[in-house]
Design a protein around this ligand. Structure first.
Ligand SMILES: *Cc1c(COP(=O)(O)O)cnc(C)c1O
Length: 233
């Protein structure tokens, strides 16, 4: 299957899942996660109509950024863990950071975006399964409302919602309770900060249809578009 065929198939599945949930498929963005993917194949995905990409390493993206710049209208978001010492570089390179997990990082990104005269959209990553190996804010710690309150003063970042990666299980139905839990958290936070809760990024190659049924507004799909990556990535 070519990348264009894979994309067509993913879009069809998005449409079907949206239909099952009584949702408009236009309310769900497809992000092509292009970590480890060559610039040639990224151009192919762009040629097939993809306009939103995700990368998970600042350095890797820096090396490929020239190719994205030739793709007029393409947006690239950081979806991986971001160390605060790389915040300034990330603010410069990316169109959005979908994985902020501390007030300190939010402040660093804000300062960097302000210096660049840029307004940077961000999502807050939630560690919905409470896994030690994953980054993200614990869902029930009180840290999320504190971050949302404190971030009101950070004028160069714009908090747009939440992002999560649930514990992996080959059975996609195992993701559903986690998607449901973050949706509840999202709705709760929207009560106090409606402008900050517009986007809910969840669902990957193996479980994006379930994520859509549970309210995802952005699915992040790598393997189902570009094929298998090396195991360690
Ligand atoms: C790699 C990655 C994805 C895509 O994963 P696939 O299973 O290949 O679709 C999505 N989100 C994040 C944060 C990732 O790191």
């Amino acid at each position: 299957m070519s990348i264009a065929e894979n994309i067509a198939r993913v879009l069809e599945l998005i449409e079907l899942a949206a239909g099952r949930a009584g949702r408009d498929a236009d309310s769900i963005a497809l992000m092509a996660v292009s970590k480890t993917v060559s610039v040639e194949r990224i151009r192919e995905a762009f040629g097939a109509g993809v306009r939103l990409f995700g990368e998970n390493r600042v350095q890797e993206f820096a090396a490929k950024a020239h190719a994205f710049r030739q793709c007029q209208g393409a947006q690239v978001h950081m979806v991986g863990h971001l160390q605060s010492n790389k915040a300034a570089r990330a603010a410069e390179l990316f169109d959005g950071v979908d994985s902020i997990d501390s007030l300190r990082l939010a402040q660093k990104l804000d300062a960097a975006a302000s210096a660049l005269g840029k307004k940077l959209p961000v999502l807050i990553e939630i560690n919905i399964g409470g896994e030690a190996a994953k980054s993200g804010i614990p869902p029930d710690s009180g840290e999320l409302p504190r971050l949302l309150d404190a971030a009101q003063e950070l004028l160069s970042i714009e908090i747009r919602g939440l992002m999560t990666v649930p514990p992996f299980d080959a059975d996609r139905e195992k993701s559903r309770p986690y998607f449901r839990a973050i949706r509840r958290l999202f709705d709760k936070m929207a009560g106090r900060h409606p402008a900050c809760m517009q986007a809910l990024s969840m669902g990957m190659s193996h479980d994006f249809e379930v994520a859509i049924e549970e309210g995802s507004t952005c699915v992040r799909v790598g393997t189902a578009i570009f094929g298998e990556r090396r195991r360690d990535q």
